[in-house]
Design a binder for this molecule. Structure first.
Ligand SMILES: Cc1ncc(COP(=O)(O)O)c(C=O)c1O
Length: 377
Protein backbone atom coordinates (compact mmCIF):
# COMPACT_ATOMS: atom_id res chain seq x y z
CA UNK A 1 0.00 0.00 0.00
CA UNK A 2 1.24 3.48 -0.78
CA UNK A 3 0.94 5.79 2.21
CA UNK A 4 1.69 9.50 2.11
CA UNK A 5 3.53 9.24 5.49
CA UNK A 6 5.87 12.11 6.29
CA UNK A 7 9.41 10.80 5.73
CA UNK A 8 10.64 11.57 9.27
CA UNK A 9 7.74 9.62 10.78
CA UNK A 10 8.96 6.50 8.97
CA UNK A 11 12.21 6.88 10.95
CA UNK A 12 10.50 7.13 14.35
CA UNK A 13 11.01 4.16 16.68
CA UNK A 14 7.83 3.50 18.68
CA UNK A 15 8.34 3.68 22.46
CA UNK A 16 8.82 0.03 23.49
CA UNK A 17 5.82 -1.09 25.57
CA UNK A 18 6.38 -3.30 28.62
CA UNK A 19 4.59 -6.66 28.70
CA UNK A 20 1.53 -6.96 30.98
CA UNK A 21 2.58 -8.49 34.27
CA UNK A 22 0.13 -11.40 33.76
CA UNK A 23 1.82 -12.32 30.47
CA UNK A 24 5.28 -12.24 32.05
CA UNK A 25 4.04 -14.49 34.86
CA UNK A 26 2.48 -16.96 32.40
CA UNK A 27 5.62 -17.05 30.26
CA UNK A 28 7.94 -17.70 33.21
CA UNK A 29 5.54 -19.82 35.25
CA UNK A 30 5.71 -17.54 38.29
CA UNK A 31 3.13 -15.70 40.41
CA UNK A 32 3.17 -12.89 42.93
CA UNK A 33 5.66 -10.86 40.88
CA UNK A 34 6.78 -7.42 41.89
CA UNK A 35 7.02 -4.68 39.29
CA UNK A 36 9.82 -2.24 39.94
CA UNK A 37 10.06 -1.20 36.31
CA UNK A 38 8.08 1.97 35.65
CA UNK A 39 8.67 4.34 38.57
CA UNK A 40 5.07 3.99 39.70
CA UNK A 41 4.02 4.53 43.30
CA UNK A 42 4.10 1.01 44.75
CA UNK A 43 1.71 2.11 47.55
CA UNK A 44 -0.93 2.74 44.88
CA UNK A 45 -3.21 5.77 44.62
CA UNK A 46 -4.62 7.68 47.58
CA UNK A 47 -7.79 6.00 48.95
CA UNK A 48 -9.48 9.36 48.42
CA UNK A 49 -8.60 9.22 44.72
CA UNK A 50 -9.99 5.69 44.51
CA UNK A 51 -13.28 6.82 46.10
CA UNK A 52 -13.53 9.75 43.68
CA UNK A 53 -12.86 7.41 40.77
CA UNK A 54 -15.64 5.05 41.87
CA UNK A 55 -18.05 7.95 42.08
CA UNK A 56 -17.00 9.27 38.69
CA UNK A 57 -17.96 5.96 37.03
CA UNK A 58 -21.63 6.97 36.97
CA UNK A 59 -20.78 10.16 35.08
CA UNK A 60 -18.65 8.87 32.24
CA UNK A 61 -21.44 9.43 29.71
CA UNK A 62 -20.53 13.12 30.11
CA UNK A 63 -17.64 14.84 28.39
CA UNK A 64 -14.99 16.00 30.82
CA UNK A 65 -14.63 19.66 31.72
CA UNK A 66 -12.37 20.93 28.92
CA UNK A 67 -11.04 23.68 31.19
CA UNK A 68 -10.55 21.45 34.26
CA UNK A 69 -12.17 24.20 36.35
CA UNK A 70 -12.11 22.65 39.84
CA UNK A 71 -8.74 20.96 39.48
CA UNK A 72 -7.22 24.14 38.08
CA UNK A 73 -8.50 26.17 41.02
CA UNK A 74 -7.30 23.67 43.64
CA UNK A 75 -3.89 23.15 42.06
CA UNK A 76 -3.39 26.89 41.56
CA UNK A 77 -4.04 27.38 45.27
CA UNK A 78 -1.72 24.55 46.27
CA UNK A 79 1.14 25.83 44.11
CA UNK A 80 0.34 29.48 44.74
CA UNK A 81 0.08 30.35 41.06
CA UNK A 82 -2.86 31.95 39.20
CA UNK A 83 -5.23 29.37 37.66
CA UNK A 84 -4.38 30.56 34.13
CA UNK A 85 -0.72 29.57 34.69
CA UNK A 86 -1.76 25.91 34.41
CA UNK A 87 -2.40 23.66 31.44
CA UNK A 88 -3.40 20.01 31.83
CA UNK A 89 -2.39 17.17 29.55
CA UNK A 90 -2.95 13.48 28.93
CA UNK A 91 0.08 12.77 31.09
CA UNK A 92 2.98 15.21 31.04
CA UNK A 93 4.01 13.22 27.99
CA UNK A 94 1.32 15.03 25.98
CA UNK A 95 2.68 18.38 27.14
CA UNK A 96 6.18 17.46 25.94
CA UNK A 97 4.65 16.62 22.60
CA UNK A 98 2.58 19.83 22.50
CA UNK A 99 5.69 21.91 23.25
CA UNK A 100 7.53 20.30 20.32
CA UNK A 101 4.51 20.79 18.05
CA UNK A 102 4.05 24.40 19.14
CA UNK A 103 7.63 25.59 18.93
CA UNK A 104 9.62 23.37 16.52
CA UNK A 105 9.46 23.57 12.74
CA UNK A 106 10.92 21.01 10.39
CA UNK A 107 14.70 21.38 10.46
CA UNK A 108 14.82 23.03 13.92
CA UNK A 109 16.41 21.39 16.87
CA UNK A 110 16.21 20.96 20.62
CA UNK A 111 19.12 20.57 23.00
CA UNK A 112 18.82 17.52 25.24
CA UNK A 113 21.22 15.74 27.57
CA UNK A 114 22.74 12.34 26.97
CA UNK A 115 20.75 9.72 28.96
CA UNK A 116 17.80 12.16 29.18
CA UNK A 117 14.19 11.00 29.10
CA UNK A 118 13.79 9.61 25.60
CA UNK A 119 10.43 11.22 24.78
CA UNK A 120 12.01 14.67 24.18
CA UNK A 121 13.95 13.50 21.13
CA UNK A 122 10.98 11.48 19.89
CA UNK A 123 8.64 14.48 20.14
CA UNK A 124 11.10 16.56 18.11
CA UNK A 125 11.52 13.85 15.51
CA UNK A 126 7.75 13.66 15.08
CA UNK A 127 7.94 17.28 13.89
CA UNK A 128 10.72 16.60 11.41
CA UNK A 129 13.01 18.37 13.85
CA UNK A 130 16.10 17.03 15.59
CA UNK A 131 17.75 16.74 19.00
CA UNK A 132 21.32 17.80 19.71
CA UNK A 133 22.53 15.44 22.40
CA UNK A 134 25.01 16.92 24.89
CA UNK A 135 27.31 14.45 26.70
CA UNK A 136 26.43 13.89 30.35
CA UNK A 137 28.88 14.43 33.21
CA UNK A 138 28.88 11.58 35.71
CA UNK A 139 25.46 10.57 34.31
CA UNK A 140 24.04 14.05 35.03
CA UNK A 141 22.98 16.90 32.74
CA UNK A 142 25.96 19.18 32.02
CA UNK A 143 24.05 22.46 32.02
CA UNK A 144 27.03 24.57 31.06
CA UNK A 145 27.69 22.44 27.98
CA UNK A 146 23.98 22.37 27.18
CA UNK A 147 23.80 26.17 27.20
CA UNK A 148 26.89 26.29 24.99
CA UNK A 149 25.27 23.83 22.54
CA UNK A 150 22.37 26.19 21.78
CA UNK A 151 22.60 27.24 18.12
CA UNK A 152 20.66 29.37 15.63
CA UNK A 153 18.40 26.38 14.99
CA UNK A 154 17.63 25.65 18.67
CA UNK A 155 14.04 26.35 19.66
CA UNK A 156 13.79 24.32 22.87
CA UNK A 157 16.06 23.03 25.63
CA UNK A 158 14.59 20.07 27.49
CA UNK A 159 15.81 19.52 31.06
CA UNK A 160 14.70 16.70 33.32
CA UNK A 161 15.23 17.41 37.00
CA UNK A 162 15.58 14.80 38.41
CA UNK A 163 16.30 12.95 35.21
CA UNK A 164 14.87 9.58 34.24
CA UNK A 165 16.58 7.04 34.07
CA UNK A 166 19.63 8.38 35.93
CA UNK A 167 17.89 9.98 38.95
CA UNK A 168 20.45 12.79 38.85
CA UNK A 169 19.57 16.34 39.83
CA UNK A 170 20.96 19.84 39.35
CA UNK A 171 20.80 22.61 41.96
CA UNK A 172 19.70 26.24 42.11
CA UNK A 173 23.16 27.69 41.38
CA UNK A 174 23.59 25.66 38.21
CA UNK A 175 20.05 26.49 37.15
CA UNK A 176 20.61 30.23 37.61
CA UNK A 177 23.85 30.14 35.61
CA UNK A 178 22.08 28.19 32.88
CA UNK A 179 19.26 30.73 32.67
CA UNK A 180 21.77 33.56 32.34
CA UNK A 181 23.63 31.76 29.54
CA UNK A 182 20.73 30.67 27.29
CA UNK A 183 19.35 33.14 24.71
CA UNK A 184 15.98 34.59 25.69
CA UNK A 185 14.10 33.38 22.64
CA UNK A 186 14.77 29.69 23.36
CA UNK A 187 11.98 27.84 25.17
CA UNK A 188 13.12 26.04 28.30
CA UNK A 189 11.05 22.99 29.21
CA UNK A 190 11.90 21.99 32.76
CA UNK A 191 10.46 18.53 33.40
CA UNK A 192 9.95 17.93 37.13
CA UNK A 193 8.02 14.65 37.00
CA UNK A 194 9.73 13.49 40.24
CA UNK A 195 9.88 16.88 42.04
CA UNK A 196 7.79 15.75 45.00
CA UNK A 197 10.34 13.05 45.85
CA UNK A 198 13.34 15.39 46.04
CA UNK A 199 14.81 15.96 49.51
CA UNK A 200 17.91 17.91 48.53
CA UNK A 201 17.87 21.55 49.73
CA UNK A 202 19.75 22.58 46.57
CA UNK A 203 16.75 21.67 44.40
CA UNK A 204 15.77 24.76 42.35
CA UNK A 205 12.57 26.59 43.24
CA UNK A 206 11.27 26.61 39.68
CA UNK A 207 8.00 28.30 40.60
CA UNK A 208 9.93 31.20 42.07
CA UNK A 209 11.88 31.42 38.81
CA UNK A 210 8.58 31.49 36.92
CA UNK A 211 7.29 34.34 39.08
CA UNK A 212 10.52 36.33 38.80
CA UNK A 213 11.42 35.81 35.17
CA UNK A 214 8.93 37.37 32.77
CA UNK A 215 11.14 37.99 29.74
CA UNK A 216 11.74 34.45 28.53
CA UNK A 217 9.64 31.37 27.74
CA UNK A 218 9.78 28.78 30.51
CA UNK A 219 7.52 25.78 31.04
CA UNK A 220 7.65 23.58 34.15
CA UNK A 221 6.11 20.12 33.73
CA UNK A 222 4.76 17.95 36.54
CA UNK A 223 2.57 14.89 36.71
CA UNK A 224 0.04 12.92 38.74
CA UNK A 225 1.66 9.69 37.47
CA UNK A 226 4.49 9.45 39.96
CA UNK A 227 4.06 10.34 43.63
CA UNK A 228 0.27 10.70 43.26
CA UNK A 229 0.06 7.15 41.92
CA UNK A 230 -2.33 7.92 39.03
CA UNK A 231 -0.19 6.83 36.06
CA UNK A 232 -3.00 4.75 34.57
CA UNK A 233 -5.33 7.74 34.36
CA UNK A 234 -2.91 9.86 32.30
CA UNK A 235 -2.85 13.35 33.77
CA UNK A 236 -0.02 15.84 34.03
CA UNK A 237 0.30 19.61 33.90
CA UNK A 238 2.43 22.47 32.69
CA UNK A 239 3.02 25.59 34.77
CA UNK A 240 3.92 28.71 32.84
CA UNK A 241 2.95 32.25 31.97
CA UNK A 242 -0.33 32.37 30.02
CA UNK A 243 1.34 33.66 26.83
CA UNK A 244 3.72 30.68 26.84
CA UNK A 245 0.91 28.16 27.50
CA UNK A 246 -1.33 29.73 24.86
CA UNK A 247 0.09 27.98 21.75
CA UNK A 248 -0.07 24.59 23.50
CA UNK A 249 -3.63 25.29 24.57
CA UNK A 250 -4.63 26.06 20.98
CA UNK A 251 -3.13 22.80 19.77
CA UNK A 252 -4.52 20.42 22.35
CA UNK A 253 -7.66 18.36 21.77
CA UNK A 254 -10.66 19.99 23.51
CA UNK A 255 -11.16 17.09 25.97
CA UNK A 256 -7.60 15.87 26.34
CA UNK A 257 -7.91 15.03 30.06
CA UNK A 258 -10.64 12.54 30.88
CA UNK A 259 -13.30 12.99 33.55
CA UNK A 260 -12.22 10.26 36.03
CA UNK A 261 -8.64 11.58 35.85
CA UNK A 262 -9.71 15.11 36.76
CA UNK A 263 -11.84 13.92 39.69
CA UNK A 264 -9.20 11.53 41.02
CA UNK A 265 -6.42 14.12 40.70
CA UNK A 266 -8.50 16.66 42.63
CA UNK A 267 -9.07 14.14 45.43
CA UNK A 268 -5.40 13.08 45.44
CA UNK A 269 -4.29 16.70 45.82
CA UNK A 270 -6.07 16.86 49.16
CA UNK A 271 -4.40 13.78 50.62
CA UNK A 272 -1.14 15.08 52.09
CA UNK A 273 -0.92 12.06 54.36
CA UNK A 274 -0.62 9.68 51.40
CA UNK A 275 2.10 11.85 49.88
CA UNK A 276 4.01 11.95 53.17
CA UNK A 277 3.73 8.18 53.59
CA UNK A 278 5.03 7.67 50.07
CA UNK A 279 7.92 10.05 50.64
CA UNK A 280 8.90 8.34 53.86
CA UNK A 281 8.76 4.91 52.20
CA UNK A 282 10.90 6.21 49.37
CA UNK A 283 13.49 7.71 51.70
CA UNK A 284 13.82 4.47 53.69
CA UNK A 285 13.74 2.34 50.56
CA UNK A 286 16.42 4.41 48.89
CA UNK A 287 18.69 3.88 51.91
CA UNK A 288 17.94 0.15 51.96
CA UNK A 289 18.62 -0.28 48.23
CA UNK A 290 21.78 1.80 48.24
CA UNK A 291 23.17 -0.14 51.20
CA UNK A 292 22.22 -3.49 49.68
CA UNK A 293 23.63 -2.67 46.27
CA UNK A 294 26.84 -1.35 47.81
CA UNK A 295 27.18 -4.60 49.73
CA UNK A 296 26.99 -6.40 46.38
CA UNK A 297 29.84 -4.19 45.19
CA UNK A 298 27.74 -2.53 42.49
CA UNK A 299 28.03 1.04 41.24
CA UNK A 300 24.85 2.99 42.03
CA UNK A 301 24.18 6.45 40.61
CA UNK A 302 23.10 8.80 43.45
CA UNK A 303 19.38 9.40 42.89
CA UNK A 304 16.95 12.14 43.95
CA UNK A 305 13.89 10.36 42.56
CA UNK A 306 11.95 7.12 43.28
CA UNK A 307 14.31 4.81 41.42
CA UNK A 308 18.00 4.02 41.13
CA UNK A 309 20.24 3.31 38.20
CA UNK A 310 22.69 0.52 38.93
CA UNK A 311 25.44 -0.99 36.88
CA UNK A 312 25.05 -4.76 36.85
CA UNK A 313 26.90 -5.74 33.68
CA UNK A 314 30.36 -5.51 32.23
CA UNK A 315 29.99 -7.10 28.81
CA UNK A 316 27.32 -7.01 26.12
CA UNK A 317 24.57 -9.47 26.93
CA UNK A 318 25.07 -9.36 30.73
CA UNK A 319 22.06 -7.17 31.35
CA UNK A 320 19.74 -9.23 29.13
CA UNK A 321 20.73 -12.38 31.02
CA UNK A 322 20.38 -10.80 34.45
CA UNK A 323 17.05 -9.18 33.52
CA UNK A 324 15.67 -12.56 32.36
CA UNK A 325 16.94 -14.34 35.46
CA UNK A 326 15.22 -11.72 37.65
CA UNK A 327 11.99 -12.18 35.68
CA UNK A 328 12.15 -15.91 36.39
CA UNK A 329 12.20 -14.98 40.09
CA UNK A 330 9.18 -12.69 39.63
CA UNK A 331 11.14 -9.45 39.86
CA UNK A 332 10.55 -6.98 37.03
CA UNK A 333 13.07 -4.16 36.55
CA UNK A 334 13.91 -2.01 33.52
CA UNK A 335 16.92 -2.45 31.26
CA UNK A 336 17.93 0.93 29.87
CA UNK A 337 19.73 0.13 26.62
CA UNK A 338 17.63 2.71 24.74
CA UNK A 339 19.30 5.35 26.95
CA UNK A 340 22.76 4.34 25.81
CA UNK A 341 23.26 2.59 29.14
CA UNK A 342 23.72 -1.04 28.02
CA UNK A 343 25.23 -2.22 31.31
CA UNK A 344 22.68 -0.73 33.73
CA UNK A 345 19.22 -1.49 35.02
CA UNK A 346 16.78 0.96 36.57
CA UNK A 347 14.95 -0.17 39.69
CA UNK A 348 11.95 1.60 41.20
CA UNK A 349 12.00 1.92 44.99
CA UNK A 350 9.44 -0.45 46.46
CA UNK A 351 8.24 -1.36 49.93
CA UNK A 352 10.78 -2.78 52.36
CA UNK A 353 9.71 -6.31 51.36
CA UNK A 354 9.91 -5.57 47.63
CA UNK A 355 13.37 -4.12 48.00
CA UNK A 356 14.56 -7.06 50.04
CA UNK A 357 13.18 -9.51 47.51
CA UNK A 358 14.88 -7.63 44.68
CA UNK A 359 18.22 -7.51 46.54
CA UNK A 360 18.11 -11.21 47.41
CA UNK A 361 17.16 -12.18 43.87
CA UNK A 362 19.88 -10.00 42.39
CA UNK A 363 22.49 -11.44 44.76
CA UNK A 364 21.48 -14.96 43.71
CA UNK A 365 21.51 -14.12 40.03
CA UNK A 366 24.88 -12.36 40.16
CA UNK A 367 26.45 -15.25 42.08
CA UNK A 368 25.17 -17.75 39.51
CA UNK A 369 26.23 -15.53 36.65
CA UNK A 370 29.69 -15.02 38.09
CA UNK A 371 30.13 -18.77 38.50
CA UNK A 372 28.70 -19.24 35.00
CA UNK A 373 26.20 -21.58 36.58
CA UNK A 374 23.63 -21.47 33.78
CA UNK A 375 21.25 -23.90 35.51
CA UNK A 376 21.05 -21.69 38.62
CA UNK A 377 20.36 -18.55 36.61
C1 LIG B 1 11.19 12.56 33.34
C2 LIG B 1 9.81 12.14 32.93
N1 LIG B 1 9.03 13.04 32.36
C3 LIG B 1 7.78 12.74 31.97
C4 LIG B 1 7.26 11.48 32.16
C5 LIG B 1 5.90 11.20 31.63
O1 LIG B 1 4.99 11.01 32.63
P1 LIG B 1 3.44 11.05 32.39
O2 LIG B 1 3.19 11.20 30.92
O3 LIG B 1 2.94 9.77 32.92
O4 LIG B 1 2.96 12.25 33.14
C6 LIG B 1 8.04 10.50 32.76
C7 LIG B 1 7.50 9.13 32.93
O5 LIG B 1 8.17 8.17 33.02
C8 LIG B 1 9.35 10.84 33.16
O6 LIG B 1 10.14 9.93 33.72
Amino acid sequence: MKLPTKPWIRELQPYPPGKPIEEVEREYGVSGSIKLASNENVLGPSPRAVAALRESAADVHLYPDGGAYYLRRALGEKLDVPPDWLLFGNGSNELIDLAARAFAHQGDDAVVAEHAFVIYAMAMQAQGAAATVVPARAYAHDLEAMAAAVSERTRIVFLANPNNPTGTMFGEDEWRRFLAAVPRDVVIVLDEAYAEYVDDPRYPDSLRTLREVDDRPLLVLRTFSKIYGLAGLRIGYAIGRPEVLDPLNRLRAPFNVNLPAQRAALAALGDDEHIERTRAMNRDGMRQLNAGLNRLGLEVVPSSANFVLVRVGRRDGDVARIYEALLRRGVIVRPVGIYQLPHHIRVTIGTERDNERFLNSLAEVLAADEGEDVAAL
